[in-house]
Structures are given as C-alpha cells and as structure tokens.
Design a protein around this ligand. Structure first.
Ligand code: BG6
Length: 495
C-alpha cells in the first residue's frame, strides 16, 4: 500500500541525503510503498535548479533502478528550494511550494520533515515550521531527526524543549540507524520466538553479555565533528545502549509500540548508577596510535586531518554496564567500540553459565552469538561427544550466517525506518525518556574522563583496543569471546 505524503528534507545537498535517504526512498518506491501521491522538497543553501536536483537524485541511486525511465519517474517527484534556515521569508516560499505540491500530488496534507543538518539549526527550523504554518495540524505531521540528540543531558533537554514547541513527542522520530538494522530487529525474534532461550534469558543462566561495535575505518574526513564527540558519545550513548535495551528488556505485554517502548524505557531507567570509583575502574578510553595491519600502514589519530593538536578525544570506549532489574541484576554487559580496530564487526555474544562437569569431563560454556554486520546470522556453541570409543566432550558450533551484502536482500536501515514513519510506528526510534536516561549516565563518565581521572590509553591501529579492556574482563573472570586480532597476529599480519 502506498502512502500519500510530502517529504521536506532540510540538508538535501548533504552526504547523508545522497548516500542513504534518496536510495532508501527509491527502494520504498520500487516496493510500491510510494506511488503517484508523493513528492519531495529538498532544501539547502545552494541555488540548485529542479533539473540539477533530479540529476543528483538519479546519480545517488547508482544501480538500483531497473531502467532509466524508472529512475526519471521517481526523480520527477523531487523539487528543490534554496533555503536559509534563519530567513523567515524563505519559509513563506516553502509554504507556497508545499501547498502547490500538496494539491498537485494529492498528498492529503500528510507531511514528513527530515532534518539532515547540524542540530544547532533544529530549534530555528521547528520554530519557523510552526510560525509560518507549514505545520498546520492537517494530515499527519512527523519530524525525523538524526543524531546527535544533544551532547549532554542539558543540551538534549534544550533541544527537546525547542522541538516540543512545534511537535508532540509522538510526532518526533529520533533516528538511531542501528534500530533499523535487520539483525538488531532480529534480537526480538531470537529472544521471544524461541522457547529454548526465552526462559533462560536471565541472571540464573547468563554469565555475561559482550557487545562489540568494531570499525576498521579511522575518522576519515569527519575529524571536525568527531574530535568534539569521541567514541562514547558517537556510539555508546545511542547505538550500544539501544541494543543493550533490547537485549535486557523484559518480555513486553504485547508486541505493540507502546508496550515494547515501556519495557525498553525500564531498562534505561534501571541502568545501574555506578559510583565515581566504579566508573574509573569500569570504563576504559583509548586513542589509536599508528599501526600496520595486513601490509597497510595507518597514521595515528593525532595525525589525521582536522584533529586538534594533542587532542584527548577517545577513539575507543569500552566498559561494563549493569541493569538493575530482577532479570539481570549483577550480570555484566561488557561493551567496546572503536575506530581503526582489526576489522569491521558488530556482534553480540551471550555467554551462558558453566554447566556441571560430566563423567569427569569439563563442559564449555554455551555461547550464542548474534552477528549484526557485516555478516548476519547466529551461532551457538554446544557441547557434544567426540566420535570414538572414549567419552570426550567437544564443542560443536551450530551456525547460520550469511553475508548481507552478497545476498542483497536486507533492506537498508533507513528504508525500514522511513517505512515505519509512513506507518506512524515509532517502535524502532529513540524515545525522549531513553535519550534522557542515557545522557544521565553518560554525562557522569564524560565528567570523570574530562577531569583526566583515568588514563587515555593508546592502542595500535589494527588491534582490538587497549590492553586495559582485556584486563577489565579478566578482572571479572572472563575474556572477550571474539578475538579477530589474534587471527591476524597468528598469521603475522598484525604488527
Ligand atoms: C554513526 C557514527 O552513528 O555510526 C559513525 O557517527 C559510525 O562514527 C557509524 O561510523 C557506524 O555505523 P554502521 O552502520 O556503519 O555500523
């Protein structure tokens, strides 16, 4: 079914729009979720013509269209309006174009606004959308915004108040693109559609949980942004905590948006507050030094473009959270993320408690791994018996795993998220209460790190982070299950 809707994209000339938004809208179009009754207004400061904008949109689609006609038909729905977000006059022009296109495409006053720009402009845009009656209470009106949602609790609250001037909470869709990922959504299926896991998903059976968001890329051309953010705010405050909330939540009363959300919020609100001393021990920060992997040399973070001299920004953040619920009290949720790690890999490992020895044989812990990217799937280690006349236990790996890119059937995260917005379903978006609770926790870590109360460790590019993150798990009597660096090291590929 297709939805009549008018999209307005602020920041239409930006990288995100080209890389993600236009291709995702196109995939929805191809799948029939957008048909004749949709139009897109792109705005940015540059003085582009409609023809030029269409050519940019078509170029961004790459090989997705089945034929050039399809691409042109799609792009014909795109209109461009040069726009200065601070200039009230420009919103009048926008309103006129909105009215004109609304009539032409019969969009039934349904509007989706996507702010693909720096958050400092969000407040001004939201204010004008209301004062110039672009948001007019007719049809559905939804606002999509990108991270970062604030840089601290205080700034997030200011931002939220600015948006609340024009939009109700249920009209605001805060994107966390990890929530649109196939395998993140699959965690619900693994947990709640399998009787073998559903009843053991708790502190009686789970020893610890390990969440890895590893990236092999460095900061690339984003030094200007990244140097003011760092790994903790860039990845943990949002993506990692969102994934953690799905892993740790109780079973919702039903799988509708409000019940799922209520359970997620409960996890955020029950993130155990740690004392300053505990944070100093439990949270590790690092920055990459030069390194070499697989014959390629990489420069140190400090030598990347647009990085402040002597920057203390962390490119690695790791540590342990606890969730103070009956289900998970005292179970460590270890996490790590970083740039220039050994390889790109997002995965969650659930380490179950040790089983008793049998016939004098030591049983290995059962381990469930959820592969989020770049491969998607699951694996489960179970103990079996070695073939032969003696009774010797041997671990067997049950594995279902595929390469998402190769199959090409996993929808883009943004495509799924747009689809949800069109359907008014905000299950896979960050709610204000979640954002608020996560900043409350993260602010404390930031304060301690800013005081330089703990060392900023260095790690060589190509490794899985500073030694301290391995020592941390050792101090809890465990170890990281996933060690790609060892694989490279053993083959002499990691210097
Ligand atoms: C973004 C961060 O939110 O997520 C980036 O700002 C990071 O620094 C990216 O590279 C990772 O996303 P993905 O989908 O490539 O794992």
């Amino acid at each position: 079914m297709s939805s009549p809707v008018l999209f307005t994209i602020f920041g239409a000339s930006g990288d995100l729009a080209k890389r993600k938004l236009y291709p995702s809208l196109f995939r929805l179009y191809k799948a029939g979720h957008l048909a004749d009754n949709f139009a897109v207004i792109g705005t940015a400061r540059r003085p582009w013509t409609k023809e030029f904008f269409e050519s940019i949109v078509i170029e961004s689609l790459g090989v997705l269209p089945n034929n050039p006609r399809q691409a042109h038909e799609f792009a014909s729905h795109f209109y461009y309006q040069s726009h200065d977000v601070n200039d009230s006059e420009h919103y009048i022009a926008l309103k006129n174009l909105q009215n004109e296109l609304g009539e032409r495409y019969k969009t039934e006053h349904n509007k989706v606004f996507f702010l693909s720009m720096a958050p400092e402009f969000f407040g001004t845009i939201a204010k004008h959308l209301k004062s110039e009656h672009i948001v007019d209470g007719k049809g559905f009106e939804r606002l999509i915004i990108e991270k970062p949602f604030g840089t601290s609790l205080e700034t997030a609250e200011i931002l939220n108040a600015e948006l609340a001037h024009t939009f109700e909470e249920d009209q605001i869709y805060r994107i966390d693109h990890y929530l649109g990922k196939e395998m993140v959504q699959n965690i619900f299926a693994v947990r709640f559609a399998n009787i073998i896991f559903e009843h053991i998903w708790n502190r009686d059976f789970i020893d610890n949980v390990q969440i890895t968001f590893a990236e092999s890329i460095g900061v690339e051309d984003r030094g200007g942004y990244y140097d003011h953010s760092g790994a903790l705010k860039d990845m943990i405050q949002n993506h990692a905590l969102q994934v953690l909330s799905i892993l740790a939540m109780d079973k919702p009363a039903s799988f509708n948006e409000s019940d799922v959300r209520a359970e997620k919020i409960k996890v955020f609100q029950n993130l155990k507050q740690q004392t300053d001393e505990e944070i100093k021990r439990n949270f590790i920060r690092g920055q990459y030094a030069a390194g070499s992997i697989d014959g390629k040399d990489y420069v140190a973070y400090l030598d990347e473009p647009n990085i402040t001299e002597g920057s203390q920004t962390e490119t690695f953040a790791g540590g342990v959270f606890f969730v103070d619920t009956d289900r998970f009290r005292d179970v460590p949720f270890f996490f790590r993320t970083g740039k220039r790690l050994t390889e790109k890999g997002t995965r969650v490992t659930i380490v179950f408690k040790k089983a008793a020895d049998i016939f004098g044989q030591h049983a290995e812990q059962n381990i469930l791994t959820i592969y989020i990217q770049p491969t998607e799937g699951f694996s489960l280690f179970i103990n079996g018996k070695e073939v032969g006349s003696t009774f010797t236990l041997t671990p067997a790996k049950l594995s279902w795993r595929h390469n998402a890119d190769a199959l090409g059937n996993s929808p883009e995260a943004y495509e799924k998220l747009f689809y949800d917005v069109l359907n008014g379903d905000s299950t896979n978006f960050s709610h204000w209460e979640e954002v608020k609770a996560s900043w409350t926790f993260i602010d404390q870590v930031v304060r301690i790190w800013q005081d330089n109360a703990v060392p900023l460790h260095t790690y060589s590019a190509g490794t899985m982070g500073p030694q301290a993150i391995f020592d941390l798990l050792e101090s809890y009597g465990t170890d990281w299950q996933w060690k790609p660096d060892n694989w490279y090291r053993e083959r002499g590929l990691l210097k």
